[in-house]
Structure formats: C-alpha cells, structure tokens
Design a binder for this molecule. Structure first.
Ligand SMILES: Cc1cc2nc3c(=O)[nH]c(=O)nc-3n(C[C@H](O)[C@H](O)[C@H](O)COP(=O)(O)OP(=O)(O)OC[C@H]3O[C@@H](n4cnc5c(N)ncnc54)[C@H](O)[C@@H]3O)c2cc1C
Length: 381
C-alpha cells in the first residue's frame, strides 16, 4: 500500500482487498468450472454496489459517491495488481464525454448509461486514407446536421447503442463553424459498420462509415465549436486510469517473477541466486518504484487547485512505457513457458502494448508536454 494515505483511503483499500479475496478471486475460479462470464460479472457488480465501490466513478447527482483522484488511483492500482479480468466490473460506468449533457441528450443517453442500460462508444480516430475528416453540414434553419465521413477505430462499436463522434461542422453556405461532438444512434440510417476487427489484447472494434446520416442539432454535446475540447475534456482522468493500471500490472509481475526466481530450477539452484538475474530484477523494481512514485505524486496534484496537465502526460508516458519494459523482462526471465498461449505473462505482454497508443500515443504526448512548457509555461519537475 502506498504511504501517507488518510484513514478513509486506507480503509477503502483494506475493504477492496477483502472484496478481491472473498468474492472476485473465487468468482474467477468458478468461471474455470461451469459459471459463465455474465453470471460471474453480475455477482461482482452486485457485490460492488453493496460495498459502495460501484458508485465511486459516478457523479453524486446520479446516486454515485465520487472520491478523490488519489483514492481512485489507489483503488485502480490495487484492482490491476490482482490481475483478474473480473475486476473490470467493480466500477460503474461514468458519464465520460456526456458529463455535461442536459435535456433530451441527458434523458436519452446519459441517464441510461449511468443506470447501465445503454452503452456508448467513441469515434475520434480517422483512417490514414481519409480524403477528408468526418464532417457535418448544418441545414439552413440550423436544426439538423447531415454527417459524412468515417472513423477507423471504434472500440465496442458493434454492440454499443450509440457513438459520440467528433465532426468538423460547416454551415449551409460552407462557412466553417468549428468542431462538435455529436451523439449518433448506432442504428441510425446511413451509419454503416464496414469492418469488424480485434486487437492483440482482446478488444473488439469496428470502423464506421457515415453516409448522409441525419442528426438533430440537439444531439450535439454542448455547443458547435466545442468539439475538440469536449473530446479531450475528460482525458486527464482517463490517462491517470491507464497509468494506475500500468503500475498495478508492474506490481503483479514483480510478485510473480520473484516467486519464479526463488523456485527450484533444473540447474540445481534457483535462478535468483545468479547476479546477472538479480540485475534484471533490480531494473524491474527500479522502473516500478519510479512509476509508482510518479503516479501518486500526480494523483495528489490532480486533487489540488493547480493545473496538472503536464504532470499527467509525463506520468502516462512513463508508467505505460515502464510496464512494457517490466513485462518484457519478466518474459525473458521466465523463459519460453511465458510465451505459451494462455500463460499470464503472455496475456499481459499483449495487453500492455496498446497502453502506449491509447489515450495519446507516447510521442504525441511528448510533443504536447514540451509545448505546454515552452509555449504555455506549464509543468513541474
Ligand atoms: C486498443 C485500442 C483501442 C482504441 N480505441 C479507440 C476508440 O474507441 N476510439 C477512437 O477514436 N480511437 C481508438 N483507438 C485509436 C487510437 O486512439 C489511435 O491508434 C491513436 O490515437 C494513434 O493514432 P493512429 O493510430 O492514427 O496513429 P498515427 O496518428 O498515425 O501515429 C502513429 C505514430 O506516428 C508518430 N507520429 C504521429 N504524429 C506525429 C507527430 N506529429 N510528431 C511525431 N510523431 C508522430 C508516433 O510515433 C505515433 O505513435 C484505439 C486504439 C487501440 C490500440
């Protein structure tokens, strides 16, 4: 457990450990026998509601009990360190990009999302082959948008109820009106899923085409012109979530590899007796220590009053790159058995690779970080 946490967070972490040991781990073992994923997930979800974890990612006005970034970070790190797929059912769905939705948008999309009745997806990335980024044309009375274009990488796009899409808006006379985030029903006429694919960590995605999709202006989140800031509005929290998960995985891997290095080896002495192997374990521990230290310092900054965008970026870059190195070295020390399909390190090796691309590719974040410092004077060391 990290140091200097207040008694409320310490208690929450103790309760979470107990939840993992008494509910989540047994439920995962039952899944290896005859219990389905749906049954196991619903057990974890209902226990999480009962124990007060479910609402920690949800706003108070929707019955949630939101907590500080520091607490959320500590809980997320602990969940990731359990390395158990059922931990993804502990927290309830947050509002995400719909956080400030009102009126019909709130009733038709945000409320059902928070009740767990509807699921949204996010359409931001454009294919390299796009002739033009996805665009929306306003009609003369400015009551309706006609959307054309494409999005290349929409996670959960096949099973979602709606997708929030970043578009460039132009008026009926072709004058540019800025970007907007628009909510489009997946079943809307003209929305075509043209490819389904999965990525190496197991995620399911689609690419979508928009062929003259008609959407009322009421389905714009906020105002036209606010698309890009809204698309990126919650990204700091998401980046902290990814960093916490990366650090939790590092901890699980180090525990795993330390047991492996102390176990009997065919050479007659445990691998951990060799100095060369110890050097590699030292590197893994150094990486994890530094990543964890950065994670908790930044979580505290996020809860403070001052801007912490640059620190979040630095943390996301470092933690996701560190977990890549840590898992890679663990595979090396565990040997060929770690690459057998289904081995926990094989699964993690595939899982952590996407972390350096999602929610900001590492090098693009580096560029933003330096821009923040040199052009805006932001960023601590
Ligand atoms: C598992 C997974 C889930 C995803 N889910 C979604 C989703 O739900 N919705 C969605 O919209 N997208 C999603 N994406 C897409 C993801 O957001 C993009 O892959 C990511 O933003 C990188 O964009 P890109 O793939 O177009 O690569 P590019 O933008 O082409 O960048 C490729 C590389 O080129 C280099 N590069 C690019 N630009 C610069 C520059 N200006 N300066 C220096 N170097 C540069 C960097 O090394 C970068 O990593 C997902 C991706 C993955 C892997």
């Amino acid at each position: 457990m990290p140091e200097n946490l207040d008694s409320g967070i310490t208690l929450a972490l103790e309760n979470l450990d107990e939840f993992i040991q008494t509910i989540i781990e047994p439920a995962a073992r039952e899944m290896e026998a005859d219990v389905s994923l749906d049954q196991a997930a619903s057990r974890v979800r209902s226990e999480s509601i009962k124990r007060g974890f479910f609402g920690k990612t949800q706003p108070a006005e929707y019955g949630g009990n939101p907590v500080s970034n520091l607490e959320l970070t500590a809980l997320r790190e602990t969940l990731a360190a359990a390395n158990n797929p059922l931990t993804s059912y502990v927290f309830g769905p947050g509002p995400g990009i719909l956080h400030s939705a009102s009126g019909e948008l709130k009733e038709r999309y945000l409320d059902p999302v928070l009740r767990g009745e509807k699921r949204g997806a996010f359409g931001f990335t454009e294919p390299d082959s796009a002739k033009r980024p996805t665009w929306a044309r306003l009609n003369e009375s400015e009551s309706e948008l006609t959307i054309n274009g494409q999005k290349s990488y929409v996670t959960g796009g096949k099973t979602c109820d709606f997708v929030s899409v970043l578009v460039n808006v132009e008026r009926h006379d072709s004058v540019k009106a800025g970007t907007a985030m628009v909510v489009i029903d997946r079943q809307a006429e003209g929305l075509v899923i043209d490819r389904e694919f999965s990525s190496m960590e197991g995620g399911g995605h689609v690419s979508m085409l928009f062929n003259d999709v008609q959407v009322p202006v009421a389905q714009v989140i906020g105002n036209i012109g606010e698309g890009m800031p809204r698309a990126l509005g919650n990204i700091g929290n998401v980046r902290m979530m990814v960093a916490a998960e990366a650090v939790g995985i590092c901890s699980w891997v180090i525990d795993y590899i330390e047991q492996h290095l102390q176990a009997p080896h065919r050479s007659g002495t445990p691998l951990g007796d060799r100095e060369g192997v110890r050097l590699r374990l030292a590197d893994m521990r150094v990486e994890t220590y530094v990543a964890r230290s950065a994670l908790y310092r930044t979580a505290r900054l996020v809860d403070g009053p001052e801007n912490s965008v640059n620190e979040i970026i630095a943390t996301k870059i470092f933690c996701t790159e560190a977990v890549g190195r840590v898992v890679d070295m663990a595979v090396q020390l565990a040997g060929g058995q770690a690459l057998v399909v289904g081995h926990p390190l094989e699964k993690l090796y595939r899982k952590v690779r996407s972390m350096r691309l999602i929610e900001g590719a590492s090098d693009l974040l580096r560029i933003n970080l330096v821009k923040g410092k040199l052009e805006l004077g932001k960023g601590r060391l």
